[in-house]
Design a protein around this ligand. Structure first.
Ligand SMILES: C[S@@+](CC[C@H](N)C(=O)[O-])C[C@H]1O[C@@H](n2cnc3c(N)ncnc32)[C@H](O)[C@@H]1O
Length: 355
């Protein structure tokens, strides 16, 4: 019998979005009727079961893939206060009391400057801790791909947590770092690239992001998103009053139309609609809805800008409106939404029509 069980659901998020991540977690805890107590710090939030029972069912049923504001989702033990003279003993003792075993250990921190400053400490502790946990049999091969996360919020504060294959981010700190392509006309380019990584399995890129496909990019200028589409060999209708990058236009794969993205209609059915126009979410949604109901595209990726305070509420209202409208029109589609690393005051939505 373990002396200690994971009672907390720990989630990482973008600093400044803690209230949204918490609202999302609380929504699931209420839906599954699990009374919890909330806590949070910069870049993370946590719900702890009031009855002291393991959090595993809640953690599993609120699947990571369905979460919007969570960068990582973990089942956590109570946070540890560590002695600065000997941090390892308390960690080893808690691992022993939990009865946990795992195949790897990730040391992680909040996405803040204070978090980054812990890199040196983590580097110094990593190897000694691994060898001690190996000796004790906790770190071993064939432990069901379970991973121990040690979440450092300070030099003397760490929380041990577990993640399970199929229900977690496979990225350290839940962050997808992408290299900015030097020839892309704007940094926004990384938002579309990250969205593809997030929403389209790598093995399907060849068929779903294929050469000779046709796409519309609404609010395209100066062309960061169009650049990504062109890199995949697509032909792009770039809709924007603003100027497009001349070098990008030189590829000959772009038709730049100075029209209104909210009213423009494609000349024929396209494969992709992407939209990065900064406007009210309801306006963007109404436009995307029309595209999908008329089947003007097979897949869509668009941003919902969220300058308001209660972003979680706004996003869920938007997604429900979209799903209801599609259902009413008899259009079957899969809708997914994430707050991506390269998103700021916005979330990214992906819709794929089912044929
Ligand atoms: C955030 S920028 C897009 C950046 C672009 N995705 C990139 O990667 O370079 C938003 C663009 O939307 C355009 N825009 C705003 N309202 C529009 C509308 N009604 N129709 C078309 N474009 C619009 C603006 O001119 C601006 O260039």
């Amino acid at each position: 019998m373990s002396e200690i069980v994971p009672t907390s659901w720990l989630v990482y998020c973008r600093p400044g979005f803690e209230h949204d991540a918490l609202a999302e977690l609380q929504h699931h805890a209420e839906r599954l009727d699990v009374p919890c107590e909330a806590s949070y710090g910069e870049g993370w939030v946590s719900l702890t079961r009031i009855d002291g029972e393991p959090v595993n069912d809640l953690h599993r049923q609120a699947a990571f893939k369905s979460l919007i504001f969570a960068r990582q989702s973990l089942a956590a033990l109570p946070a540890l206060s560590l002695s600065r003279d000997d941090r390892l003993t308390a960690i080893l003792e808690q691992v022993k009391a939990s009865g946990w075993n795992f195949e790897e250990i990730w040391h992680e921190t909040p996405d803040t400057n204070d978090g980054k400053a812990l890199a040196g400490l983590i580097k110094a502790l990593k190897k000694p801790l691994e060898s001690l946990l190996k000796k004790r049999g906790a770190l071993r091969r064939s432990a069901g791909a379970r991973r121990l996360h040690i979440f450092w919020t300070d030099g003397d504060k760490a929380q041990l947590a577990m993640s399970f294959p199929g229900n977690r981010s496979e990225l350290v700190n839940g962050i997808r770092r992408l290299r900015f392509p030097s020839r892309a006309p704007s940094r926004s380019t990384l938002k579309l690239e990250e969205a593809w990584h997030e929403f389209i399995p790598r093995e399907e890129w060849e068929t779903r992001l294929a050469p000779h496909m046709q796409a519309a990019d609404l609010g395209a200028a100066p062309g960061g998103w169009t650049w990504q589409l062109v890199q995949r060999g697509m032909y792009v209708y770039a809709i924007d009053n603003g100027p497009m990058d001349p070098q990008l236009m030189g590829t000959g794969q772009i038709d730049h139309l100075k029209e209104d993205g909210f009213t423009w209609e494609p000349p024929q059915r396209l494969d992709w609609l992407v939209c990065d126009i900064v406007d009210k979410p309801v306006r963007v949604l109404a436009m995307v809805e029309r595209w999908l109901i008329r089947k003007w595209c097979k897949e869509a990726i668009f941003n919902l800008k969220l300058p308001m305070k209660k972003r979680w509420g706004e996003v869920t209202r938007c997604l429900t409106t979209l799903e209801d409208a599609l259902e009413k029109a008899g259009v079957s589609a899969k809708v997914t939404c994430r707050h991506l690393y390269h998103d700021r005051e916005e979330v990214t939505v992906h819709v794929r029509l089912r044929s």
